[in-house]
Design a protein around this ligand. Sequence first.
Ligand SMILES: [Zn+2]
Length: 131
Amino acid sequence: MPLDLMTLSLVSQPVSMEEGVKILERDHYRCQYCGLDGLGSFDNALAMSVDFVVPRARKGKKDPQNLVACCRACNMIKGRKVYSNFDDAKAYVLHAREELRKTWDERVKAAAEKAAAPARSPASAARAARA
Ligand SMILES: [Zn+2]
């Protein structure tokens, strides 16, 4: 659950501010999925939230054993799917992040190649086709 630093409240309040901070402190403000250090920078701090390992939508309990520090990206990737345990959830999130990274790498490379290619006018393309 995202911690709103502007109001210092937990959005939609499934866990209280105090409960959320306890979880973040217990986990040293580090995402338990990807390892993002929530104390590393202000931007990282903004990305931190508390995740229900078994989602509330799946009757996950508001119990410290079911709560972990989590960055918003991992929280979004994990979604509301139910995993057999935390390790399975972590493996899924890390694999999904790797697949997203590959897609991102390909798109960035393609965009860079497109930007580096000389612009072709329709006339020069027609000349090239006749040559
Ligand atoms: Zn993360």
